[in-house]
Design a protein around this ligand. Structure first.
Ligand SMILES: C[S@@+](CC[C@H](N)C(=O)[O-])C[C@H]1O[C@@H](n2cnc3c(N)ncnc32)[C@H](O)[C@@H]1O
Ligand code: SF4
Ligand code: SF4
Length: 440
């Protein structure tokens, strides 16, 4: 934000306001930056008006009309600017130079649908803290009506996740509906529930299946799922899928637990007949917050990025690249930076996550942000009107600071995935997962 906002600048407050415990004021929680602030009712009124549509002048004129005895627009203006400036310094107010409604919001192409929070494994690092079914999960009836609405919005692809999606008693009913509506289906599963007959049903749905396998042997994979014989059960599930004719992707969360096991995992994926292999960087969120020692250093992740690039030519597996692979080639020159370039993240733009209780989030790593909900509201209304989604989708590279703000690669990576930064309460700072960040 410039030091002194102009009257035409548009302030935007992206969070819900909650009454404070004493009932006298309001609490605002900036989930993105892990901070709480108490406000009185007057300040809360200003924040309600900071809806991304009204300019600073509009807000002052409005308050002057509603409170004619408050000392006039100059006095009101000084107080409003003081308040907004204070909140801007805690990243609670975000300034734009045009109203948000001037940018159309097309529907998403893909939905990551966490259909239940129930899970039979309860991995110690699970980013969504899956385990028990939540008492307010969307009913099957609501899931079916939601599927119809998503199809009517021309959503192309539904990627089921959870918790463990296959544990949901009506998974097949919901998935069949989605297939009939013409949307393609992906499933992220721990694989332990995939019997030969379930694999057949998934094939009938034309579902692309990704199975989580974090190690090439039980000692590694089961370390974070102790005492459940998970490795053997997951391997059986993968075999059942492959024998039925599925093209399986094996996904492994890259951590200190398995970093030296990656070559063996790739060998196992080849031997078992998988089609693709991908590494997912560990994000210290959910139950993972208690296992920060699982985080690999940025130097190590650079080494793994190099390894994956080199091994790609030597294997028949499709090996997904890790973030920042394109920057290994120092000859690439980053184009001139356009400060209005959107962030690379497609969350709230081309895809969104629907949580088991119906919250709509940019992606599952933002679990915990108080989001708007499709329990009893149409998806389209939440998609277009949620203050948080609107905020997120309008972030620009110029909103980033720290090392990203001064990095020559910003126009190439556009800030990349912000999940680890979010987990560390530093959404806009230098990318914590980026090895370039250390080299600047
Ligand atoms: C939450 S799981 C749900 C689907 C299914 N139960 C499974 O394990 O694949 C979805 C994906 O998130 C990954 N995941 C879990 N915890 C993570 C963490 N702390 N950081 C990054 N990815 C994580 C899993 O490995 C899996 O690929
Ligand atoms: S990562 Fe998947 S299998 Fe593990 S607890 Fe979370 S939802 Fe369950
Ligand atoms: S430091 Fe930031 S801008 Fe530079 S390459 Fe890494 S993520 Fe991109």
């Amino acid at each position: 934000m410039r030091c002194e906002p102009l009257g035409t600048d548009v302030p935007y407050f992206p969070y819900p306001l909650e009454s404070s415990e004493d009932g006298l004021g309001y609490t605002i929680c900036n989930h993105l930056m892990s901070s709480h602030i108490q406000l009185d009712t007057q300040a809360a009124e200003v924040l309600r008006l900071a809806d991304g549509e009204k300019s600073l002048s509009d807000i002052i004129v409005h308050l002057d009309k509603v409170y004619p005895d408050a000392g006039g627009s100059e006095v009101i203006g000084t107080k409003v600017i003081d308040l907004l400036r204070k909140l801007s310094s805690s990243e609670l107010i975000w300034w734009r130079d045009i109203p948000l409604s001037s940018v159309p919001v097309p529907p998403p192409l893909s939905i990551f649908w966490e259909i239940t929070s129930e899970c039979n494994l309860r991995c110690l690092h699970c980013v969504v803290s899956a385990g028990e079914k939540a008492s307010t999960e969307l009913s099957t009836e609501r899931c079916l009506s939601l599927a119809e609405e998503l199809a009517s919005l021309s959503v192309q692809n539904i990627a089921f996740s959870g918790g463990e999606p296959l544990i949901h008693p009506d998974f097949l009913i919901i998935a069949e509906k989605i297939q009939k509506l013409g949307m393609s289906i992906q499933v992220a599963t721990n694989g332990t529930l995939v019997t030969p007959s379930f694999a057949r049903k998934l094939l009938d749905l034309n579902a692309q299946v990704q199975v989580s396998l974090d190690g090439s042997k039980p000692e590694i994979h089961d370390r974070f799922r102790p005492g459940q014989n998970a490795f053997r059960r997951t391997i059986t599930g993968i075999r059942n899928l492959i024998e039925t004719g599925h093209q399986v992707t094996i996904a492994s969360v890259l951590s200190t637990n398995n970093i030296h096991d990656i070559p063996a995992q790739i060998k196992l994926a080849e031997d078992i007949g998988a089609t693709s292999f991908r590494l997912i960087p560990f994000v210290p969120k959910g139950r993972g917050e208690a296992h920060r020692d699982m985080e690999v250093s940025t130097e190590e992740s650079k080494e793994v990025t190099l390894y994956l690039r080199d091994i790609r030519e030597k294997t028949r597996l499709n090996i997904a690249s890790l973030e920042f692979e394109e920057m290994l080639d120092n000859n690439i020159h980053s184009p001139q930076l356009d400060p209005n370039m959107p962030l690379k993240c497609g969350g709230a733009v081309s895809y969104a996550t629907i949580t088991p209780i119906g919250e709509v989030l940019p992606c599952h790593f933002f679990e915990g942000v108080r989001a708007d909900n499709v329990q009893s509201t149409d998806f389209h209304e939440v998609w277009c009107c949620s203050r948080f989604l609107n905020y997120f989708r309008h972030l620009r590279v110029s909103d980033l600071h720290g090392k990203c703000g001064s990095c020559n690669w910003l126009s190439t990576c556009a800030g990349s995935c912000r999940a680890v930064n979010y987990a560390k309460g530093d959404l806009f700072g230098g990318n914590h997962a980026c090895w370039m960040n250390q080299e600047i």
